[in-house]
Design a protein around this ligand. Structure first.
Ligand SMILES: C[N+](C)(C)CCCC[C@H](N)C(=O)O
Ligand SMILES: O=C(O)CCC(=O)C(=O)O
Ligand SMILES: [Fe+2]
Length: 421
């Protein structure tokens, strides 16, 4: 932003020569204090408001409600909520951001009660409520989590005694739905019980909270151990903990399981909170956590069984975190479907394997394993971006039905019910 600084400095020097300096602290003679523009802190008249601000050369600084916030001038112009810049009916920006001068600076700034007024060089006025700025500042967001969660191991989950919601209550009441979603958001798993054991009823349950995500497995799927598809899921073999569809660019957000029938032994479902395990890695070996969040890998699904021919590739790190607050939002963990690692130099690969081992060790701790036998009538929702699932090998005839859900639509439902998601 040199254009900014130079032109500003020039006009300041001109002001100095003409003796038109207003907010210029001449008594401060050290070099550093001469050049940053704003030396002058503006205090509010009312002491109770406790707000001070300063107009710097390239940003606006605001201290309010125990926050120190810095705002870029283009940002301040871009977020203008005036009628000509923002359509409050559609909640969409009308302003063409590309028309804003990247060196823009306000001509004047003033505070009236709790509203800041920025007057721009063309005379346009932007107003911001102080609380809106606090809520929407980077500094404010950085300290907030996007989604509150309760991380669990088997004991924590069992002690929490999270109730399952009844089928009728879930379908017919807003509270039933809201309680269910709140638990799902907090723990990453939730159950609906007393569901008639059919595919149609399972679909109804799924549709109560989201659109169903159709994939190569269909919309609603129904499977047994007939190897009708080229994947170990369609056998009687045990499956170690994993998340599904790691080979999609966006892995499916939620998985719904309903066991419609099992005449035989074994076949219990294993659930592990991947975020709890990742948190242990962060505590014990932060540099390994960081590596797992930085190294991108491929997962792959290659199928060639009968009519089913598919080749899916998804790329991304094992741990996905928001860069501004480091919050974990997606774990991609499937050792069966992990593709050849060919995107990483050998020395990083070795460190990656070490980090992956640390995470695997945490995921495999028996105290982190929650085992449950799925029974007809009990529908399980799993946050496939957080909780890993697996199964014990089994004997006999076992039918499972379910579907994947689009994460956006589940969160949409939750937000409309007033939940933080
Ligand atoms: C659930 N359903 C049986 C339809 C699909 C199974 C997908 C299995 C695959 N290995 C994965 O983990 O993504
Ligand atoms: O058979 C099961 O219980 C689950 C298999 C599985 O991992 C899947 O279908 O995604
Ligand atoms: Fe799976």
């Amino acid at each position: 932003m040199w254009c900014h600084r130079l032109s500003h400095l020039q006009s300041r020097l001109q002001d100095l020569l003409r003796g038109r300096v207003t907010h210029w602290a001449l008594q401060q003679s050290n070099f550093k204090s001469l050049f940053p523009l704003a030396i002058y802190w503006h205090h509010t008249a009312s002491k109770s408001l406790n707000c001070v601000w300063q107009q710097h050369e390239d940003h606006f600084e605001l201290q309010y409600a125990n926050n120190v916030m810095r705002f870029d001038y283009v940002w301040l112009r871009d977020h203008c909520r005036s009628a000509s810049c923002y359509n409050s009916k559609t909640h969409q920006r009308s302003l063409d951001t590309a028309s804003v001068d990247l060196c823009i600076q306000p001509k004047t700034i003033h505070l009236d009660e709790t509203t800041l007024f920025f007057t721009w060089p063309d005379g346009h006025v932007t107003r911001y409520d102080l609380d809106w700025l606090v809520k929407n500042s980077y500094e404010g967001q950085k300290q907030k989590v996007i989604q509150p969660r309760i991380l669990w191991n088997a004991e924590i989950y069992q002690q929490a005694q999270v109730p399952a919601v009844d089928f009728q209550t879930f379908l017919e009441t807003k509270e039933g739905l809201k309680n269910f979603l709140q638990n799902f958001l907090l723990y990453g798993i939730a159950f609906v019980e007393n569901v008639p054991p059919t595919q149609k009823h399972t679909e109804k349950v799924a549709e109560r909270i989201s659109l169903i995500r159709e994939t190569i497995y269909g919309r609603m799927w129904f499977f047994t151990s007939d190897f009708s598809r080229g994947d170990t899921a369609y056998t009687k073999l045990a499956l170690d903990r994993h998340t599904d569809t790691t080979y999609f660019q966006e892995p499916c957000g939620i998985q719904v399981f309903h066991c419609l029938k099992h005449e035989g032994t074994g076949g219990r479902t294993l659930l592990v909170d991947g975020f709890y395990a990742a948190e242990q890695v962060l505590q014990k070996a932060p540099e390994e956590f960081e590596l797992l969040s930085k190294v991108p890998l491929k997962h792959e699904y290659i199928e060639n069984v009968g009519e089913c021919q598919n080749h899916m590739i998804g790329v991304g790190p094992v741990l996905n975190i928001y860069p501004w607050n480091k919050e974990l939002y997606l774990i991609r963990y499937n050792n069966y479907d992990r593709a050849v690692i060919n995107t990483v130099p050998y020395d990083v690969v070795h460190r990656w394997y070490t980090a992956h081992r640390t995470l695997t060790r945490e995921l495999r701790r028996p105290e982190n394993e929650f085992w449950v036998k799925l029974k007809p009538g009990k529908v399980l929702f799993i946050d496939n971006w957080r909780v890993l699932h697996g199964r014990e090998s089994f004997t006999g005839y076992r039918q499972l039905c379910g579907c994947y859900l689009t994460r956006d639509d589940v969160l949409n439902t939750a937000r409309l019910l007033g939940l933080q998601a």
